[in-house]
Design a protein around this ligand. Sequence first.
Ligand code: PMP
Length: 398
Amino acid sequence: MKELLAQRVLTNDTSDLDEIFKNSANPANISFAGGFPDQHLFPAAELQQAYRDAIETTGPSLFQYASTQGLPALRQKLADRMRSHASVDVTADDILLTQGGQQAIDLVAKLLLNHGDAMVVEGPTYMGALAAFDTYEPTYYEVPVDNHGMDIKVLRQTLKAHPEIKLIYTVPDFHNPTGTTLSAKRRQAMVALANQYNVIILEDSPYRDLRYSGQALPAIKHYDTEGRVIFISSFSKILSPALRTGWLVASPTLMTQLIGLKSAIDVQSPNITLAAINTYLDQHDIDQHIATINQAYREKRDAMLSALDRYFPKNVTYTRPNGGFFIWVTLPTGIDAQQLLTDVVLPQAHVAYVPAACQFASRQVKNAFRLNFTSLDPVTITRGIQQLGQLLQTQVTP
Ligand code: PMP
């Protein structure tokens, strides 16, 4: 039956990744592979109450079809939050509620990308975004990431050499997978380049509020004067991913098209969930909840960094993120993290990570991997990093 499938799904081979996640689900292994929040931190009782109260207060109309753009009261709260927490001046009309940030990425890709269209992604980047973009078959140009986010010098050269580029996809805050944050100077420079070369920036920022040290920076969209930055974020990391609720901020021309596209896909996000989130935000101070999870995640990050400092060989380097979910580890050149994982790390250290290759559009970089530090407790994190470090001592020390 394979001959009946569209070309675009045939180019999308995720079997390696499926295998990694299957292995990491094995309870015998300590998995740093997933990108899960700590489920003990979900405000489950509060959300349960919010669902109940939302249904009781609104009555039968809550079970009716509603607008594609999503519950106005919730959009208003998010517009206020964009102003207070990201220095972005928008109204509720500029916001579209989506089924997670993932749907927002897909909508933007559908809006902009014809087969073969050119776009920039970070190298490495969020693999779920690559999966969404792959379906529209773009031509990727990869720009490397350093400790201050996307390398703007390389971005400038890339845009100059390829004026056909339409879109830059970036994760500026606590980047998935490296954990690094784009500096304010680079944010400004990126917008200036987008203006100069007539490009749209997709700013994907689900980790923005999960800061454990340092000062918050304005969103890239803060510097946008021409309506060419689309900002997306999500409740997945600050409340719960099961809510499947994210939001997208875009200028009016793009917004009209995006609403049309969402309507064609799913008509609307589940209105009961949107009303429950809105009620939760009425009843609780979400910033207080975020402060609680940030305290727990800070301890987990610190546990992982201390264990890396203590147990990892000196010729292995890693990032030191100020927030988010991930640390990026770079092995000496020539070592294939994927092969290492399947041949020795899983069978001998019983630890899982996500190897580099599937996180690069080019699939070319092999000597690195992503570690997640949010889902496990600090003691397990330390044990897992010790097991991995001791094994790496035997594998990569010259
Ligand atoms: N963008 C990035 C950078 C992510 O890491 C994720 C989740 N891992 C998403 C978007 C999508 O998350 P969700 O659809 O749950 O909001």
